[in-house]
Ligand binder design. Sequence first.
Ligand SMILES: Nc1ncnc2c1ncn2[C@@H]1O[C@H](COP(=O)(O)OP(=O)(O)O)[C@@H](O)[C@H]1O
Ligand SMILES: [Mg+2]
Length: 325
Amino acid sequence: MSLLDIRNLTVSYRMDGVDVRAVDQVDLQVGAGEVVGLAGESGCGKSTLALAVTQLLPRWTNVAADRLMFDGIDLLTLDERSRRSLRWARLSIVFQGAMNAFDPVMTIGAQIAEAIHTHEPSESRRAIRDRVAELLAQVGISPRRAGDYPHQFSGGMKQRASIAMALACHPDLVIADEPTTALDVMTQAQILDLIRRLADELGLAMLIISHDLTVLSELCDRTAVMYAGRVVESGPAAAMFTGGAAHPYTRRLLDCYPQPGAGRASITGIPGGPPDLAHPPEGCRFHARCAVMTPECASIQPALRDVPGSRGHIAACHLIGGDPR
Ligand SMILES: Nc1ncnc2c1ncn2[C@@H]1O[C@H](COP(=O)(O)OP(=O)(O)O)[C@@H](O)[C@H]1O
Ligand SMILES: [Mg+2]
């Protein structure tokens, strides 16, 4: 059984009487200790999916799913109190932009201590202080810096501290939403190393969300790619990032980033833009931007199928010959 098991999840925001389907019939599983990536252009529904899992969506949303389970616990029917205790203790999230969310007038150490105290009120002050030091060391910050204020930390250090915060109560699953997006390239590489090391050392399961496929290729065991609210491809990262991507969208997305060893090949963007999620097109949602579309693509929505010759790899494209799932 997967630690996180999402089946047929649909999330829509009600805006001015119109439903914006930010997540549409999505299946996603994360096994214990597994690092899974979730990729796709800005606005395709990645953060919405993370917020649905952590039950932090605004009230004007509709959430429906055949299954939204965490370690056998049904997240859809959980009461608010159990949700809150689950959220930190077992399942935590590093929000998009979390590094800018520290309270500027409280020291970093005090903010991590407060998170621990809230969820483990019986812990002694001394035990909490030791735990804060241990957490900071784990993310590569000297425990002596616990008394610093957020403005005394660089961007990379603040991001490390927000990861320490997410680890504060020994979660089994950490969701990291765009963990490196606001950082320079060198710092980004260091944070990626840190995340991978923590996942391995602590046996953590992780769902790493990024619009940048190169970030995911370095980190993940498995990656799912979303387009306009739907998962269009999912498979082992090793296959998908070494020429085995099956969906035309994934291939175009990969072309948007420099590939190691590809020489001076030019980087191409994807012409056009994603569809309006309030009025998604018929057929394959990518068809209007797809270089290999057929008439069928504009009218019939392709189902996810097994990609022939690649285990655990599925894609939703009429041009893929595999059996429907
Ligand atoms: N709080 C919200 N209220 C209304 N619409 C939203 C809200 N958050 C996101 N959306 C819409 O949902 C879609 C998906 O957004 P999001 O999940 O943030 O995508 P991503 O994280 O992939 O960039 C977008 O069309 C966005 O405008
Ligand atoms: Mg987002």
